[in-house]
Design a protein around this ligand. Structure first.
Ligand code: ACM
Length: 262
């Protein structure tokens, strides 16, 4: 299975430009699955709840959704995209999965980071795994990584590949995902953004790039630079994620003892 990610520097509030950039960037991509950054079409640093709501869209009725759905239909591919989602009067920081037949499902970010708590509602979907035939995709968004329960939950739900749209500002995640993969024997595609935002007199947020694809044995198959746009595509066998047997005595999920945990 050929899987990939598209790291770039979205322009705040420029939906058409950001979507166009992705459509062009993926036009020649030979991949069955591509992950995009968190909030890839709106940008990240909102200055009010109203602004986030205005820039968000309904999934799958909105224009970003329609653009991605068209691309997936034309190219017979799957895309996981981080997007601001409008639901009634609420705004969520979401990851949506599109495929050749259109929108498949949406996950709403469980663990909001920093000022996201001012603009977004905490996710209400719970973690989600979608079976696309060649693999089971588990969705989470950026800061979910710092809670080991996120990947563990997705692994217990049967995910082979963690699809992880991100806007990372702290330096730790790319290295931490190696251990998330190792301890759960899953693949992970973390797609971060580059560039910075400094809006409304707030502090500058510099995004760290370093998007990566990690194997179930914790090998970094590819990692992007901190600053460059990057379309990374690798060949993987997602079924490797179904073998949780560490040795003849230890099974990574089977050996868990939940009754001993808080
Ligand atoms: C983050 O969750 N965007 C750091």
């Amino acid at each position: 299975m050929r899987v990939g990610l598209f790291q770039f520097d979205p322009s705040f509030g420029q939906r058409d430009r950001n979507v166009e950039h992705v459509l062009k960037g993926l036009a020649g991509a030979q991949a069955e699955l591509v992950v995009l950054p968190e909030l890839f079409d709106t940008g990240y640093q909102f200055t009010s709840k109203e602004e986030a709501y205005e820039l968000a869209e309904e999934i799958p009725e909105g224009t970003t959704s329609m653009g991605l759905a068209d691309l997936c239909r034309d190219r017979r591919m799957f895309i996981v995209a981080g997007m601001a989602e409008r639901v009634g009067a609420k705004t969520f920081n979401s990851a949506a999965l599109f495929g050749p037949d259109g929108h498949i499902g949406t996950y709403r970010k469980t663990h909001l980071f920093y000022e996201e708590k001012l603009w977004f509602e905490p996710g209400d979907t719970g973690f989600k795994v979608f079976d696309i035939g060649s693999a089971k995709l588990g969705l989470m968004v950026c800061f979910d990584w710092i809670f080991p329960e996120s990947v563990r939950t997705l692994a217990l739900m049967g995910a082979d590949i963690i699809c992880h749209p991100s806007n990372l500002v702290l330096p730790y995640c790319p290295d931490a995902m190696v251990y998330r993969c190792l301890e759960n024997r899953v693949f992970a595609i973390t797609c971060n953004r580059t560039g910075f935002e400094e809006r409304g007199g707030k502090e500058r947020l510099t995004f760290i790039g370093k998007s990566e694809i990690v194997s179930p044995k914790g090998k970094i198959l590819e990692r992007a630079s901190e600053v460059e746009d990057a379309l990374i595509i690798v060949d993987i066998d997602p079924l490797q994620a179904r073998d949780k047997q560490l040795n003849q005595y230890n099974d990574l999920l089977g050996d868990r003892r939940p009754e001993m945990y808080l």
